[in-house]
Design a binder for this molecule. Structure first.
Ligand code: ADP
Length: 384
C-alpha cells in the first residue's frame, strides 16, 4: 500500500497533545489524517487534514468516523470499543487491536491479565463497587494502607487514591475498582516497546520518572534511567514480555515500579505514545510518534537509541490559576543550553492540567538534570 502523498487515510481517535505530536510526523511523511474529537479547541485542530467533532465514547460517532479510514489508531484509551470491534470485523485495520485495548481499558481486567501471564504486579482485590471494600476490610480481606483505583476512565492519577483509613473511602465514586497493595518503590520506570503489524519489535531505553507528590503527575522523565544495568535489563525483559503477550501493534508504554529489593512490578500499560517518551523527539534517532506511525503502517521500525541524554519536564497549570493561559518566563528558559519547549495549544489553564512540556538534552545527564531543575523553577503556567 502506498501511504505517502496518496488517497490512504489514517484516522486518529482523540485530538489532544499526543495526537498533535503524532501529526507532526504524518505531516513530515505527507500521510492524510482525520481526527475525531469532542472539543473544537483541541490541540490537533491545527495539524490534521480533517477534523471531525464527536464523542469518542459514542458508538455511532466512532463507527461513522472509522468506516471511511484505512487504518484507525488512538491517542487516548477511553473510546467506544464496540464500534472498534465492528470496524475491525468490516476490514478496517484498528491499532491497537481491539483485543489488546479491551484488556487495557479496564484496570481490573489488565491486572488479571498480568496474573494469568506470570507478569509480576502488585497484589490486588477486585470490587464491583467501592462500597464493597468496607466489608472486605471488616472481614480482614484487605488492610491499610492500600491504593484504590477506578477500573475505568481514570487519567493522570485522577482515578487513584491512597486509602489509609475507612473514612478515606467516603469521597470516592461508587464504581468498579481495585484495591492494590501499596508498593514502597525506589523508582518508577517506563519502557516503550514498538511492535509492527508483522511482528517486528524494538524497545526504547528505560526511563526513570519523578512524580509530583500531590498531583500524582510526572515532573521529570529522565532518559536513560540512572539505575543498575541488571535492573534495566530486567525491566526491558518484562516490558517485552508484556508486549508479546498482549500482541500490541503500535507503541506500548509499560510503567513499572522498582521495589526496594530491586524487583520489577508492572504498574500499568498504555497502548499509544506516552508522556514517558516525549524526550525522544529531541534525544532519539527515531521519536516515539514516528515509531508509532511506522509500526501501525507495518513499515520497518527505526533505531530507538539515544543521540544524547534527554530529560522532560511537564508544564502543568499552577495551583490557584484558572483561565486564559500565560507561560511566564518562557524567554528565560530559552536562553538555557539544549532546551526546547512544546506548547500544546490549550487556551485555558487549570491546576495540574498538562499544558506543555520542555525537553532538555545534553551529552552529560548530570548537566541535563541541573538545567531541568532550573527550567522547572523558572517557568510558570498561570492565567491572565
Ligand atoms: P493513572 O492511570 O492515573 O496514571 P496509575 O495507576 O499509574 O494511574 O497511578 C498513578 C500513580 O500513583 C503512580 O504513578 C504511582 O506514583 C502511584 N501508585 C499507583 N499504584 C501504586 C501502588 N500500588 N503503590 C504505590 N504507589 C502507587
Amino acid at each position: 500500500m502506498n501511504y505517502f502523498s496518496s488517497d490512504f487515510k489514517l484516522g486518529i481517535l482523540g485530538g489532544g497533545q499526543l495526537g498533535k505530536m503524532m501529526l507532526y510526523e504524518t505531516r513530515k511523511l505527507d500521510i492524510y489524517t482525520k481526527v475525531l474529537e469532542s472539543s473544537k479547541e483541541a490541540p490537533c485542530r491545527i495539524a490534521c487534514d480533517e477534523f471531525v467533532l464527536g464523542d469518542l465514547l459514542d458508538f455511532d460517532a466512532v463507527y461513522n468516523f472509522g468506516k471511511n479510514v484505512d487504518v484507525l489508531t488512538i491517542e487516548i484509551e477511553n473510546v467506544n470499543i464496540k464500534a472498534l470491534e465492528k470496524l475491525e470485523k468490516e476490514g478496517v485495520k484498528v491499532y491497537p487491536p481491539t483485543k489488546a485495548l479491551k484488556i487495557i481499558q479496564n484496570k481490573a481486567t489488565q491486572k488479571l491479565f498480568y496474573v494469568d501471564n506470570n507478569i509480576p504486579t502488585a497484589t490486588f482485590s477486585r470490587f464491583a463497587y467501592t462500597s464493597e471494600i468496607a466489608d472486605s476490610i471488616a472481614h480482614g480481606g484487605i488492610s491499610f494502607p492500600f491504593v484504590w483505583k477506578a477500573a475505568q476512565f481514570g487519567y493522570d492519577g485522577q482515578g487513584v487514591k491512597v486509602v489509609r483509613k475507612v473514612e478515606d473511602l467516603q469521597d470516592l465514586p461508587n464504581v468498579e475498582c481495585i484495591a492494590e497493595e501499596m508498593v514502597p518503590f525506589k523508582n518508577e520506570l517506563s519502557v516503550i516497546v514498538a511492535r509492527s503489524a508483522s511482528g517486528e519489535v524494538v524497545s526504547y531505553p528505560v526511563v526513570e520518572m519523578e512524580f509530583h507528590p500531590e498531583a500524582n503527575q510526572v515532573e521529570y522523565v529522565i532518559c536513560p534511567a540512572r539505575i543498575d544495568e541488571s535492573v534495566a535489563k530486567k525491566a526491558q525483559e518484562i516490558a517485552l514480555r508484556v508486549s508479546d503477550k498482549i500482541q500490541q501493534v503500535g507503541l506500548l508504554a509499560v510503567e513499572m515500579f522498582q521495589t526496594e529489593n530491586d524487583e520489577i512490578l508492572v504498574n500499568e500499560v498504555a497502548p499509544r505514545p506516552h508522556n514517558s517518551g516525549h524526550q525522544t523527539i529531541e534525544a532519539s534517532y527515531t521519536n516515539q510518534f514516528e515509531q508509532h506511525i511506522r509500526a501501525i503502517l507495518d513499515l520497518p521500525l527505526g533505531s530507538t537509541e539515544n543521540k544524547v541524554a534527554g530529560i522532560m519536564v511537564n508544564l502543568v497549570g499552577a495551583e490557584g490559576y484558572t483561565g486564559a493561559v500565560v507561560y511566564e518566563n518562557i524567554e528565560n528558559i530559552l536562553k538555557l543550553e539544549g532546551v526546547t519547549p512544546h506548547i500544546y495549544g490549550k487556551k485555558q489553564t487549570r491546576p495540574f492540567r498538562k499544558m506543555g512540556h520542555v525537553t532538555i538534552v545534553n551529552k552529560d545527564i548530570t548537566k541535563a538534570r541541573a538545567i531541568a531543575q532550573e527550567v522547572k523553577e523558572t517557568i510558570k503556567v498561570i492565567s491572565k
